[in-house]
Design a protein around this ligand. Structure first.
Ligand code: CP
Length: 327
């Protein structure tokens, strides 16, 4: 078990070694057990975490706040419009000042071509760990919760067909960070991944390159298809969710127009029948019900969406305990 994680940032799953990620998952399982047994876990007693949100959140906000409660510390929710950022506070100032008041800084900033750069700039000037609560490129805590859920439900990644598929949504242009972090993390663990998306919805070339390098180092495989039904055939795990055609355009009107060509990319009971009988349905939430997925599927017996949401709490506690309080 890799134990020297004190002081480390968690901005992208790709920044940590497989051994370090395994350590975090092991600690998450332990913390989950302790939570279920109502055991005390005061690993971050009197420590302060700042949560800086440039974008809305339900699960991330509440699970980070709860995580700090359970670990004996405090979380402070800082919506970006309540700070002086629009009046000139720079990323450097945020890093230097917040890290002089507390022990960790967590940031959600999903603006395309801005979010990740902002978080990394804060981290450069912070004396304490910086956590990525979702940016334009990565959603690493979501990916860790997703992987823990797959291990719980499927025991192993060996001989499992794992599908990350695009699906249509009409609510807004969703970030590309969930499929990218999922791909990067699972390829570190030698998974066999099938990526399915209409041709305009490619992932970033640098992400694909890193994922292919992961496969070279660890094993596993990546298949790409532009046919949702082919992807679902004999799958063990399906994760159909929407993301924007951001690699080719971030213009909201153009994104909506492109996505509207593919309204038939919906996860319904018919397509679920192509997967294995014991396949699990995953979604990070929120989902566009009736558009991205039918109620029958998301509320059905194959759905593990509430396990995924719950596991956010446990992986976040693990990573914060190791990096803010560990050695
Ligand atoms: N899955 C997820 O990150 O949910 P929120 O956007 O509600 O935080």
């Amino acid at each position: 078990m890799k134990t020297q994680l004190f002081g480390r940032d968690f901005i992208a799953e790709q920044d940590w070694t497989k051994e370090e990620l395994e350590t975090a998952l092991n600690v998450a399982v332990d913390l989950k057990r302790k939570f279920l047994l109502n055991e005390s876990t005061p690993y971050l007693l009197h420590k302060t975490l700042f949560l800086l949100f440039f974008f809305s959140s339900t699960r991330t906000r509440t699970s980070f706040e709860a995580a700090m409660d359970h670990l004996g510390g405090n979380a402070h929710d800082l919506p970006s419009d309540k700070l002086q950022i629009s009046h000139g506070d720079t990323a450097k100032e945020i890093g230097k000042i917040l890290s002089s008041y507390g022990h960790g800084i967590a940031i959600r900033h999903c603006d395309w071509k801005e979010g990740n750069a902002y978080i990394r700039e804060v981290a450069e000037h912070s004396a304490v760990p910086v956590y990525n609560m979702q940016c334009d490129i990565h959603h690493p805590f979501q990916a860790m919760a997703d992987l823990l859920t797959i291990f719980e439900k499927k025991k192993t990644l060996k001989k499992r067909k794992i599908v990350m598929s695009w699906a249509y949504a009409s609510s807004y242009t969703k970030p590309i960070s969930v499929p990218q972090s999922f791909l990067l993390l699972l390829t570190k663990f030698a998974a066999d991944i099938t990526l399915a998306y209409p041709k305009e919805f490619e992932l970033l070339p640098e992400v694909m390159k890193s994922a292919k390098n992961n496969i070279k180092q660890n094993g596993g495989s990546i298949e790409i298809t532009h046919n949702m039904k082919d992807a679902f055939a004999d799958a063990d795990v399906v994760y159909p969710k929407s993301w924007g055609p951001l690699v080719i355009t971030s213009d909201p009107k153009k994104c909506t127009k492109i996505a509207a060509k593919y309204t038939d990319w919906i996860c319904d009971e018919k397509i679920m029948k192509l997967a294995k009988r014991d396949a699990i349905y995953m979604h990070c939430l929120p989902a566009d019900r009736g558009i991205e997925v039918t109620d029958e599927v998301i509320d059905g017996h194959q759905s593990v969406v509430y396990d995924q949401a719950e596991n956010r709490l446990h992986v976040q506690k693990a990573i914060m305990a190791l990096t803010m309080g560990g050695r």
